[in-house]
Structure formats: structure tokens, C-alpha cells
Design a protein around this ligand. Structure first.
Ligand code: HEC
Length: 191
């Protein structure tokens, strides 16, 4: 009797380990990499607010004759796996995804003074580095726009190279990424 319950206990223990390993596998597979639809479009990244935040450029309308291309705050995040490699080697690896979350300029006054304060989430863009998916793009980066609320799309096709990549290639500091505006990435590389 005692022997059987011990044995059962051991089996339960083994089962627990298997279930645990299963969860870990799911967690790893569900880690925040670029995910593509069958037709090759990029699925709108989710959970990116739990990635590594790298910086927030802002090109407000009132400093751009009222017509900035992106008048919102641009909160930029990188997937943790890529951040780790960047930190260790200073290279953006296959599968790097940078998300640019657009947040409106809300109030321009706070108790702390006049300024630009974040309003609401309004849109999303992203760039993915993948030799496998984008062998013909400059440095294998492809660029995506998911539009703005209320018409945020669930997936997006890669933009034409001349629409996005060309400017990034011409002016970004490091492998087409604007690290000159991302203190977190600069600090990690210098580390
Ligand atoms: C005229 C130059 C220019 C063009 C064209 C351009 N970008 Fe950018 N992009 C920038 C600059 C500058 C930044 C960083 C500062 C900022 O966000 O204002 C940036 C940042 C980004 C980032 C954050 C990651 C990074 O690489 O720094 C994403 C994602 C992005 N752009 C997507 C796009 C997409 C999608 C398009 C095409 C629809 C596009 N960009 C076209 C200049 C450009």
C-alpha cells in the first residue's frame, strides 16, 4: 500500500515535471518574435510593451509647420532576444523586431511646467530584420505600417523599399536603426 502510494507520488512528480517543461516550451515558442501570416504579411505584434523600451522621439506638429509626418510620440521597443544579442555583440540578429508605437500629444501643460505630455495610443509601425523573409531588402530590414485607430490592421505587408528603407539606410546611425535617438541601445552596446 505504502509502496503504491509512493510510486503514485513519483509518477505525479514526473507528470509535474513534464507539464512544467511543456509550459516552458509554450512560453519559449510564444516569445515575442515577428510572426507572419501564411501570405507573408507581418501579424501585428502583441505584448511589445513587455519588451525592452529603447526611447521616444517626438516630432510635434507645432515644430514642423503644423504638418509633421508623424506628429505623435514614437515609443520604440525591441524584442528581448534581439536586445540580448545586441548587448553582447553590437549586432542586430536575424529576427530582430523594433516596434514604434504612436501616442498622441495630449496636454501641453502640467504642474511641472509647459511641455509635451502623452495622450493616447493611436497607431503602430514596425521593422523586422530577416534574411530568410527579406533576402532582397537593404540589410534584410523590412518595414510595416499597421495604420492608426480606429483602422488599426491585424496584419501588414512589407512597404516598398523606397518608401521606408531608403531613408533609414541614408540617415540611421547603426544598421539602419536610429540608435542616435535611443539611449538604451547606445548604453547596451557600450556595455
Ligand atoms: C524621411 C526619413 C524616414 C522615412 C521615409 C521613414 N522613416 Fe522610420 N524613422 C525615421 C527616423 C528619423 C526615426 C527615428 C526618429 C523618429 O521616430 O522620429 C525612425 C524610426 C522608425 C522606427 C523605429 C525603429 C528604427 O529603425 O529606428 C520604425 C519601426 C520606423 N521608423 C518605421 C518606418 C516605416 C514603416 C516607414 C515607411 C512607411 C518609415 N519608417 C519611413 C525616418 C524615416
Amino acid at each position: 500500500m505504502v509502496f503504491i502510494s509512493k510510486r503514485k507520488g513519483f509518477l505525479l512528480f514526473q507528470l509535474a515535471i513534464l507539464v512544467g517543461a511543456g509550459f516552458m516550451l509554450v512560453a519559449l515558442q510564444g516569445s515575442p518574435d515577428a510572426k507572419f501570416a501564411e501570405d507573408g504579411q507581418l501579424l501585428r505584434p502583441e505584448g511589445y510593451r513587455e519588451w525592452v523600451y529603447v526611447g521616444t522621439p517626438l516630432t510635434p506638429n507645432d515644430m514642423n509647420n503644423g504638418k509633421a509626418a508623424f506628429p505623435e510620440f514614437h515609443n520604440v521597443y525591441i524584442n528581448p532576444k534581439a536586445y540580448k544579442v545586441w548587448k553582447e555583440s553590437g549586432v542586430f540578429p536575424e529576427g530582430t523586431i523594433l516596434v514604434k508605437e504612436l501616442v498622441s500629444v495630449g496636454s501641453k501643460a502640467a504642474v511641472s511646467g509647459a511641455g509635451y505630455f502623452m495622450g493616447d495610443f493611436i497607431g503602430l509601425e514596425a521593422t523586422v530584420k530577416s534574411k530568410k523573409h527579406f533576402p532582397g531588402e537593404p540589410n534584410n530590414w523590412a518595414y510595416f505600417s499597421f495604420g492608426k485607430l480606429p483602422n488599426l490592421s491585424a496584419q501588414a505587408k512589407a512597404q516598398a523599399t523606397t518608401d521606408c528603407a531608403s531613408c533609414h539606410k541614408a540617415s540611421a546611425a547603426d544598421d539602419m536603426v536610429f540608435t542616435q535617438y535611443y539611449p538604451v541601445l547606445r548604453a547596451a552596446k557600450a556595455h
